[in-house]
Design a protein around this ligand. Structure first.
Ligand code: F6R
Length: 252
């Protein structure tokens, strides 16, 4: 496990974007594609902005990139302003050349009866793509990873979940109040995430400092799902100084 603390979140975003670009270029040179696991939320916005910049300014080519997003709210159409699909389109996909057929975002607008098969198909699509080369992640203030809320086990896979009250409260600003905030989501599981070859976990700001400390210091287990990430053989926690503010010195 590595931690990389930068003075500003833009520096961390650039480091991660450069790593992604390096992976894409190395794979292209070797004649193979790159499979990226993508996250939504405030935290990875700078990474997407930098990747878009590199596409425009440096010709970074996404033609051989396949993407899988972590999660999606249930009950929102893909066009809903707060859907993760819409977020990804606006922040990233509309500005780069990932082929539309290579973009995978979980479908939150299915009949309940169709959800288990859709989740199994998602896992199968990740496997058919050769597994995820690099997974971007944020951490929720309650320690969730994707929408694996506290109480989630290490063996969890892609499935329907109920959102924790705090997660819904944090999301309410994107909806017309908490009453309109979805109660459920579909999410990759912890085991799905841990199967990626590299994990890059981003957390920025003082409001993340307490959960970052717990993620890095608490015993590994379901109380703080982000602790499971420490078990990965190639995980880097990319933090700004504010998010790292409560870490014991030896974890810096
Ligand atoms: C998003 C996701 C979530 C967020 C987390 C942090 O796809 O899976 O786990 O990464 O809630 O959100 P922000 O970045 O908005 O603080």
């Amino acid at each position: 496990m590595k931690t990389n603390v930068t003075s500003h979140q833009d520096d961390a975003a650039r480091v991660v974007a450069r790593e992604i670009a390096g992976l894409i270029r190395a794979h292209d040179a070797a004649g193979r594609g790159t499979v990226l696991g993508l996250a939504t939320g405030q935290t990875p916005i700078g990474v997407y902005a930098e990747l878009v910049r590199m596409h425009r300014a440096e010709g970074l080519d996404f033609a051989n990139v396949v993407t899988f997003n972590l999660d999606e709210y249930v009950g929102l159409g893909a066009g809903h302003p707060a859907s993760f699909r819409r977020f990804m389109d606006e922040r990233f996909f509309e500005h780069v050349n990932v082929p539309s057929g290579s973009i995978h975002v979980l479908d939150g607008d299915l009949a309940a009866v169709d959800v288990p098969a859709s989740c199994a198909d998602y896992e199968a699509a990740i496997a058919a793509a050769g597994g995820i080369d690099l997974q971007l992640l944020g951490i929720g203030r309650n320690g969730h990873v994707a929408f694996n809320e506290p109480g989630t086990g290490r063996d969890s896979r892609t499935r329907l979940v109920e959102l924790a009250p705090g997660t819904r409260a944090d999301a309410a600003r994107f909806f017309e109040g908490q009453g309109a905030t979805p109660h459920h989501a579909i999410t990759m599981g912890i085991a799905t995430v841990l199967a990626a070859r590299r994990l890059r976990v981003l957390a920025f700001g003082a409001h993340k400092s307490s959960i970052v400390r717990r993620a890095l210091v608490d015993p590994v287990g379901p109380d703080v799902p982000a602790t499971f990430l420490r078990e990965h053989r190639d995980v880097t926690f990319c933090l700004d100084e504010a998010a790292a503010g409560e870490l014991p010195q030896e974890t810096h």
